[in-house]
Every structure is written in structure tokens, then in C-alpha cells.
Design a protein around this ligand. Structure first.
Ligand code: ZN
Length: 173
């Protein structure tokens, strides 16, 4: 089965505000499966629905996995809310939708997230460190925000210029 393609910057679909998931239907379950497949194949530790072009408030995350298939433990997060934030942490971030770039981003060091799982059950998670960073990064995607929107204007414009050049070169073939 072919993997779905990741939407990449500067695609405007990454800037949309996603809509809450209504009922958890077979389509939603299928989308979550597709998202996990893409996340592990890339590889990544999180992927949000807008990154596959779907404007829905849903992401998948697995900050623990290794190459061994039986270590995989993807969590599907639906309609999340970050209900508490505390402290500050700076982390070097990357994004499957922002090719060839990493930058330090400041975020809350601890977060409490409330969401639904794929069965529609409420989950509450307290996270810190990488897990907290990843939850905030993926949550941002649902509001059309990328990590490069959280760095200095200068750094962002340097990246945007580099990316435009890269895309121009690709289209020239
Ligand atoms: Zn991302």
C-alpha cells in the first residue's frame, strides 16, 4: 500500500485552522492508521492530520519507539486541549513538513493535555521534556502554526529563502 504524501511548507493547507473531529468513524480510524504508517516510515515521532492535508483536530504521537516493530506504541490524540502549561524549555525541533531544517524553540516545559482516544474515551496526560515539546508541536499544527513560526523573524526568513531556492531548483529538475 502506498504511503500518503506529507504536505510540506509553504503549502497553504498547513496554515488552516482544523475542525474538531465529530464522530469517530471508519474514515477517522483509517486516517489515524495512515498517519501512523507515514510517521514510522519517515521516521518521525509525531504527525498531525493537516500534514496529510486533512483539516481535522487529530494527531498521532510515539516518542518512545525504536526500529523494532514490536516497540511501537502509537497514541492517537483527538480534539486535544492543552489545559495547563508550566515552566520553559528550549528544544531543537524539526518537522516532517519543514524539510532540511531544525531550530531551537522555546515552549512550556510541562503540559497537561486533555483529549479523546480512538475509542472516544477521554484521556488526560501530564507530560514533560520531549513528550511535552512534541505534544505542543503537534497541537500547533491543528491551529495552522509551524515551529518556524515560533523562531526569530530573521531565522525564519533565512529558512524561507533557502526553501524557495530549493523548490526552484527542484522544479528546474
Ligand atoms: Zn510538525
Amino acid at each position: 500500500m502506498a504511503l500518503r504524501e506529507i504536505v510540506q511548507f509553504p503549502d497553504p493547507r498547513l496554515k488552516r485552522i482544523s475542525k474538531p473531529v465529530g464522530e469517530i468513524t471508519d474514515e477517522i480510524r483509517e486516517l489515524a492508521r495512515d498517519m501512523c504508517d507515514v510517521m514510522y516510515a519517515e521516521p518521525g515521532i509525531g504527525l498531525a492530520a493537516p500534514q496529510l492535508g486533512e483539516a481535522l483536530r487529530l494527531f498521532v504521537i510515539d516518542t518512545e519507539w525504536t526500529e523494532e516493530e514490536n516497540d511501537r506504541c502509537p497514541q492517537v490524540i483527538i480534539n486535544p486541549e492543552i489545559v495547563h502549561k508550566e515552566g520553559k524549555i528550549v528544544w531543537e525541533e524539526a518537522c516532517l513538513s519543514v524539510p532540511d531544517y531544525t531550530a531551537e524553540v522555546e515552549r512550556a516545559a510541562q503540559v497537561t493535555l486533555r483529549a479523546l482516544d480512538l475509542e472516544g474515551k477521554e484521556i488526560v496526560e501530564e507530560a514533560e521534556g520531549l513528550r511535552a515539546v512534541c505534544l505542543q508541536h503537534e497541537y500547533d499544527h491543528l491551529d495552522g502554526v509551524l515551529f518556524i513560526d515560533r523562531i526569530s523573524r530573521l531565522k525564519r526568513s533565512l529558512y524561507v529563502a533557502k526553501r524557495k531556492k530549493q523548490l526552484a531548483e527542484e522544479s528546474e529538475g
